[in-house]
Design a protein around this ligand. Sequence first.
Ligand SMILES: *[C@@H]1O[C@H](CO)[C@@H](O)[C@H](O)[C@H]1NC(C)=O
Ligand SMILES: *[C@@H]1O[C@H](CO)[C@@H](O)[C@H](O)[C@H]1NC(C)=O
Ligand SMILES: *[C@@H]1O[C@H](CO)[C@@H](O)[C@H](O)[C@H]1NC(C)=O
Ligand SMILES: *[C@@H]1O[C@H](CO)[C@@H](O)[C@H](O)[C@H]1NC(C)=O
Ligand SMILES: *[C@@H]1O[C@H](CO)[C@@H](O)[C@H](O)[C@H]1NC(C)=O
Ligand SMILES: *[C@@H]1O[C@H](CO)[C@@H](O)[C@H](O)[C@H]1NC(C)=O
Length: 389
Amino acid sequence: MVSMPMLLFFLVGLIQASVVRLPSPVTEKNYYHETMVTHLDLTDPNTPDDLNPALNRKMQISLFYPILGSWCSVTCGFPYMPAVASSFTSKQFLGANNTYFDSFEFTACCAAPDHKHDPGKVPLLILDPAVGTSRHVYGILAQRIASGGTAVVTIDHPHDTSVIQFENGDTVQGSVQLNPFVAINPWNATVDNALTARTADIKYVLSQLAVVDVVKKLLPSLNVQHAFKTDSFGIAGHGLGGTVATYFGVSDNRTAVSINIDGTPPLLTQNTTKNFVFFGRDPGARREDDIHWNSTWNHIFGQKTAYNLQKGDVFDFTDLPYLNTKLVDPHSGQMKGLGEIGVNGTTATAAMVAAYMKQQFSNPQDLGLRALTEALQDWPGLLPLGQNS
Ligand SMILES: *[C@@H]1O[C@H](CO)[C@@H](O)[C@H](O)[C@H]1NC(C)=O
Ligand SMILES: *[C@@H]1O[C@H](CO)[C@@H](O)[C@H](O)[C@H]1NC(C)=O
Ligand SMILES: *[C@@H]1O[C@H](CO)[C@@H](O)[C@H](O)[C@H]1NC(C)=O
Ligand SMILES: *[C@@H]1O[C@H](CO)[C@@H](O)[C@H](O)[C@H]1NC(C)=O
Ligand SMILES: *[C@@H]1O[C@H](CO)[C@@H](O)[C@H](O)[C@H]1NC(C)=O
Ligand SMILES: *[C@@H]1O[C@H](CO)[C@@H](O)[C@H](O)[C@H]1NC(C)=O
């Protein structure tokens, strides 16, 4: 008989043997920063939980924080996704209960001791996921954008994210009745409620990122001097997260960059002079296929830019195409929600968002324009429809 410790030893050996370390983006052009990756639970004391009003809204965030490559003294492996989220994500995209998604790890910076760090000088991006998924399937995107010099915060919203496992072990599963694989239609009370809840969550997260003690908790191994500057930030979101990103662009004047990735915008009835970016897909999810974009577009009098991803599917704008090229356990069949464009879905989405952040926040700003031109050249499958057209 195999003893229990022996069995554990073998299992641990097997698990370790199959871990795949994803390379740091810093080996690629335009990526100069290593990144720290950390997670934090946050409870909003002012907003009751929608399903359990005796409790307050509790969310979980990740921070991908850029550290100049020359400042990072050591990099190490950092889990890509916890086991519970991996189990849900496998079922959702592979139709199987396996350890595919928790067999990866990031190459992350684990120490940069000889420097003072001022997050107030680092551009800040909120990256909001699609409904019914996990913020963890946006981690590679977030790390790449961070490697371009932007701090990226991803958020899991309670009852909306597929599953959240909090630091105390409690899990909360998704129950919002919206399907991440199909566009919003109709816009109904479920959408309104989810949008309201997410907006409050994000405003709370922003308020906490402006508190130096919270930032110190997020970056415990760094000598942090200041909090984030939240009076000007970018927000990019996917699916329902895209809806949220456009909503922030319209309604929160701290929003300097608003990027809606494959999401329905709120229906505008007032004109706005803010700037908006929309990534659609052709065929299937062009601006003119959407229930609101035709009308909302005509109320935008700032700069508005739309792109159509050729032959992509809804989850090409996430980490999934990238992971699909790094198969460890061969799995049968295609991941759900991917089209024909391959790894560019992840790498180019990140490059485009990073470029928009550079365009807004870098000095001189033409650095950002160059980044955008390069990102577009690198992605022949993403066609600009022409500015303001
Ligand atoms: C799926 O995996 C999780 C752990 O990741 C486990 O707790 C659960 O029992 C598994 N379900 C089935 C049906 O195998
Ligand atoms: C809103 O529409 C979605 C389908 O897109 C549906 O699942 C949900 O139940 C609807 N909500 C209400 C309140 O009718
Ligand atoms: C932004 O909006 C707030 C109220 O939401 C207002 O107090 C503030 O003056 C506005 N700032 C600018 C720059 O418009
Ligand atoms: C929006 O701007 C258009 C063009 O200037 C104008 O015709 C329309 O009345 C404006 N709508 C609102 C609600 O202000
Ligand atoms: C949007 O406008 C285009 C062109 O005017 C039209 O063909 C399309 O049907 C409209 N879409 C919706 C959803 O109304
Ligand atoms: C992916 O991007 C590369 C350049 O980075 C390009 O040569 C290739 O054609 C792209 N593939 C697709 C399917 O768009």
